[in-house]
Design a protein around this ligand. Structure first.
Ligand code: NAP
Length: 291
């Protein structure tokens, strides 16, 4: 669609953003849905955040995504935040409603949608989560909300795992929980884990030979999810595949969180499954497989 004076601008702010796939995903979706809008990525470091928000308001940019390192700090500049964003304590999507900025978090929702796509029922499940950063917070809160029975968190920095577990407990007191140091995890008696999710950045391009945890203790009934999407098949997923496990990479989560942001900005339901199917055939995502 041509750019004209009615074209609305949406964007990503973060640092670094040079490898982001968000502009491809959103511009593809805007085109496919005949929406007169464009999406750009802006390099914004922590010193520029305040000015950037003033600029967004002055130009009446209708919505934007927020990535590292602003997902928590952005909250100081917002007029309100959604229930999910409050639970998670971080925002990845902002909507500009007549000059008022409202924050949302679609990371956890995108993750849950990618599991339901595979017809994976979460109720009563025993889940092991590696990492306690922003993505882990979003995913673990949404898993708790969806009714999993038990959450174990493993993290390199134990205090962060403890804090996350305490925050989950405050909001979902019935959940069974445990946490430990990633390096000291006792792999004995762990056969009953239904789903393992890597939410650390270990194994991500260019450190593709790294693995966050030795998973020799799992059996083929364990579902293994790595939210990394560069590469699409991490060493962690390769090891799980060798065991015969169902493996899931981070690509669908990435696409869904982006499209759910779009639904919020446009205030309308999109045919998510159809857009995801079309997106998965696009060159820019296929090329991404070479990472
Ligand atoms: P983050 O907030 O910086 O958290 C990073 C996590 O990785 C922390 O738990 C950190 O542990 C752990 N970690 C980093 N290096 C480690 C190492 N060498 N050994 C052990 N643990 C290590 O980042 P994030 O936003 O949560 O993102 C994490 C990963 O998820 C990234 O790879 C990102 O690309 C991916 N992601 C994917 C999607 C998607 O849509 N598919 C969405 C968001 C993020 P400490 O607490 O000890 O530092």
């Amino acid at each position: 669609m041509d750019i004209n004076s009615d074209t609305k601008l949406y964007c990503l702010i973060g640092h670094p953003i040079s490898k982001s796939l968000s502009p491809y995903i959103h511009n593809f979706s805007f085109n496919k849905n005949n929406i007169n809008a464009k999406y750009l990525a802006f390099e914004v470091d922590k010193y520029k955040l305040k000015d950037c928000i003033s600029g967004i308001k002055a130009l009446d940019i209708k919505g934007f995504n927020v990535t590292i390192p602003h997902k928590v700090d952005i909250i100081n500049y917002l007029d309100d935040i959604s229930e999910e964003a409050k639970l998670i304590g971080a925002v990845n999507t902002v909507k500009n409603v007549n000059g008022k900025l409202i924050g949302y978090n679609t990371d956890g929702l995108g993750f849950i949608k990618s599991l339901y796509d595979k017809k994976i029922d979460l109720e009563g499940k025993n889940v092991l989560i590696l990492g306690s950063g922003g993505a882990s917070r979003a995913i673990s809160m949404m898993l708790a909300k969806e009714g999993v029975r038990k959450i174990h968190i493993l993290n390199r920095t134990i205090d962060k795992a403890k804090k996350l577990i305490n925050d989950i407990k405050k909001n979902f007191p019935k959940i069974e929980y445990s946490y430990s140091n990633l390096a000291e995890f006792n792999i004995n008696n762990q056969q009953d884990i239904d789903i393992i999710i890597n939410c650390t950045s270990v194994g991500m391009y260019p450190d593709e030979n790294e693995i966050p945890l030795d998973i020799k203790f799992i059996n083929q009934n364990t579902i293994v999810y790595d939210i990394i999407y560069k590469p699409l098949k991490t060493k962690f997923l390769k090891k799980a595949e060798e065991k015969g496990c169902l493996i899931i990479n981070g690509l669908k989560m990435l696409i869904y969180q982006a499209l759910i942001s779009e639904e919020i900005w446009l205030n309308k339901k999109l045919d998510l499954e159809n857009i995801v199917m079309a997106l998965e055939k696009q060159d820019f995502l296929l090329k991404n497989r070479n990472y």
